[in-house]
Design a binder for this molecule. Structure first.
Ligand code: 13P
Length: 343
């Protein structure tokens, strides 16, 4: 393991004003997204859509540090024959790869999941490295449902798998993004999210330490501390920022280069406003760079503008560039609502 090289990649992933585009939807998830705009999900339509994003010059050159790809995409070529990974590299961004095989039912724990994909992972990582990937992602899913969920069993099995994945990544020169996502689907309040997120993060960093994962070559991709979507009391932007920073300061070691939040079903503007409030209000109190690794919050607008039609490509690229610019400003703590009007 070359820790200097891993650290260099990790620092580039969280360079000032830049964040990550999560374009690693599995075949099932991208089909759902395409269904919402009435477009058939085929190998070609998925390629065309992603090629359109990666060819959005302003976004890719100025605001996006890296792109998380799905297995199919890292092997695909653009319409003119250039590998999609080359489009990303030519824009100065880093290709990354989702390597987990999805969250499956956890034995003996109804309603809970554990993420699979460790078997054969060493060999897959070697191949992905050859294909150009310099970072990877593994997502664990932690649901909040009642007093029993999440169980300690669910959290410990998931963080154990995250650490095994991270150690394998570092062995081949790939920076692991460790993503323990506490879902925002329930009716729990923000304080319950705080407690579950804190316990999950502390368990994760214990396990990373136990398995000798170098934090200097690791990036964390967490949820923000936020009330469940169905909770009657929604915290305001300042409370989300304050509780998120408090939770992470209590749980995340300073040697980690960066934290990149997932959007998790927040509206586009909420995801941007929260990131901005965190950076604008607390930059001096945080030892890590704090940025974005958004899927839906970067792609919902371009997807809607695109509708699968060639004549909409320019409008879709403008929508993507706008969201990337807004989140870039939020990474710097320089965003405000007024900027949303000018695209
Ligand atoms: P969202 O930003 O849509 O939550 O997706 C990010 C991601 O990569 C989830 O694994």
């Amino acid at each position: 393991m070359d820790l200097n090289e891993l650290n260099k990649i990790a620092m580039a992933m969280v360079a000032p004003g830049k964040g990550i585009l999560a374009a690693d939807e599995s075949s099932g998830t991208i089909k759902k997204r395409f269904d919402s705009i009435g477009v058939d999900s085929t190998e070609t339509s998925r390629r065309d859509y992603r090629e359109m994003l990666f060819r959005t010059d302003e976004a890719m050159r100025q605001h996006i540090s890296g792109v998380i790809l799905f297995d199919e995409t890292i092997r695909q070529s653009a319409a003119d024959g250039a590998p999609l990974t080359r489009l990303i590299q030519d824009a100065g961004a880093i290709p990354g790869i989702k390597v987990d095989m999805g969250a499956k039912d956890l034995a003996g724990a109804p309603g809970e999941k554990v993420t699979e994909g460790l078997d054969g992972l060493r060999e897959r990582l070697e191949e992905y490295h050859e294909l150009g990937a310099r970072f990877a992602k593994w997502r664990a899913v932690i649901d909040i449902a009642d007093d029993e969920i999440p169980s300690g069993y669910c959290i410990s099995t998931n963080v154990h798998a995250l650490a095994r994945y991270a150690a394998l990544c570092q062995e081949v020169g790939i920076v692991p993004i460790v993503e323990p996502e506490v879902l925002m689907d329930g009716d729990h309040d923000i304080d319950r999210c705080y407690d579950v997120t804190e316990f999950t993060l502390k368990s994760l960093f214990d396990e990373l330490y136990a398995q000798d994962v170098a934090l200097e070559g690791t990036i964390l991709k967490p949820n923000m501390v936020i009330a469940g979507k169905k909770c009657a009391t929604q915290a305001d932007v300042d409370e989300v920022a304050e509780k998120t920073v408090k939770c992470f300061r209590a749980s995340v070691p300073a040697s980690l280069p960066g934290i990149v939040f997932l959007s998790g079903g927040q509206s586009d503007e909420a995801a941007t406003a929260h990131l901005n409030a965190i950076n604008a209000g607390f930059k001096e109190k945080m030892p890590w760079a704090v940025s974005f690794s958004y899927g839906r919050a970067l792609q919902a607008a371009p997807l809607k503008a695109w509708q699968g039609k060639a004549e909409n490509v320019a409008a879709a690229q403008a929508a993507f560039a706008h969201r990337a610019r807004m989140n870039s400003l939020a990474q710097l703590g320089d965003w405000d609502e007024g900027l949303e009007q000018v695209s």
